[in-house]
Design a protein around this ligand. Structure first.
Ligand SMILES: C[S@@+](CC[C@H](N)C(=O)[O-])C[C@H]1O[C@@H](n2cnc3c(N)ncnc32)[C@H](O)[C@@H]1O
Length: 273
């Protein structure tokens, strides 16, 4: 596991990291990922990425890399990347922030937000339970994706695993993390043809995104966008990651096979000092 190096190298930056939390009880947790946890065995969550990590992360070698993981959830990818030699700074919402909920006018937004915060506390707890059990050195910063603090410092790699669709402003979300990223952006998306088939069917290869919220169904509540790989490539290009490649893969969600894609962007326009 990675060492305390980051804090030692940059003590003035340490204040952005969350205070460590001791969590040992599974009942206090919500697991988003299925994961084998030392001392606990297999805990089950809706997404089972075991066996699919290389595809999910676009085959990028993370050994020796400092990685910003946007939207770590239960930390399956965080601890897996750490096991592969990465020094991970995880990032997520906590119960002090609001999810980017779709503000349907017809809907009791306040009570949904308060339920989400309770859920986030349990989600964060699952990360901390894993942190103790894996004896992880990863750090976590809590906040909305739009306020990723510069004090985290430079990272070589940023991952956006299945998060962009949840952000009202996905381009700003990319910009905020990639302004710290010197080498590689990894963006994995879960395309949502269910809500957007008519809009998207004819243009799967074009740089398109579709607006998912439908006021008649009042669904979805927590997702905003369907993206094609081409539009992700275009966004990455604007942010200086012009050298991109796409891979398509299948992962397991709630016991079913789900098609996803990953865009890996390599920085071609260096960050200024
Ligand atoms: C669908 S999960 C993805 C988990 C993980 N990255 C993966 O690929 O398996 C979305 C994650 O993004 C976080 N998230 C959602 N909205 C956010 C926001 N506005 N700012 C920061 N994180 C957010 C959620 O709390 C959750 O951990």
């Amino acid at each position: 596991m990675a060492s305390q190096e980051t804090v030692e190298q940059a003590p003035e930056q340490a204040f952005v990291y969350a205070e460590p939390r001791v969590v040992t009880e599974l009942e206090e947790c919500y697991f988003y990922h299925s994961m084998e946890i030392p001392g606990y065995g297999l805990v089950e969550g809706p997404w089972d990425l075991r066996g699919g990590v290389d595809d999910y992360l676009g085959g990028v070698d993370l050994n020796g890399k400092r990685v910003l993981e946007v939207g770590t959830a239960s930390g399956f990818l965080c601890y897996t990347m750490e096991g592969r030699g990465a020094d991970v700074v995880a990032y997520d919402l906590s119960d002090e922030q609001s999810w980017d909920v779709v503000p349907y006018a017809q809907y009791d937004h306040a009570s949904f937000d308060s339920d989400r915060r309770e859920h986030l506390r349990k989600l964060n707890n699952s990360w901390w339970l894993g942190h103790g059990a894996f004896e992880s050195s990863a750090k976590v910063v809590y906040g909305t994706v739009y306020e990723i603090p510069e004090e985290i410092g430079r990272v070589q790699v940023a991952t956006y695993g299945n998060v962009l669709r949840h952000f009202r402003d996905p381009f700003l979300a990319l910009e905020r993390g990639l302004r710290l990223t010197t080498e590689t952006a990894i963006v994995t998306e879960n395309p949502s043809l269910r809500y957007s088939l008519p809009q998207m069917a004819a243009s799967l290869l074009k740089p398109n995104m579709a607006f998912l919220p439908n006021h008649e169904r009042m669904q979805p509540r927590e997702s905003w966008w369907h993206f094609t790989p081409a539009v992700i490539k275009q966004m990455l290009g604007v942010l200086g990651f012009e050298d991109t490649k796409v891979n398509y893969h299948v992962q397991r969600f709630a016991g079913k096979r789900k098609p996803l894609f990953t865009v890996v962007g390599r920085r071609t326009v260096p960050l200024s000092d």
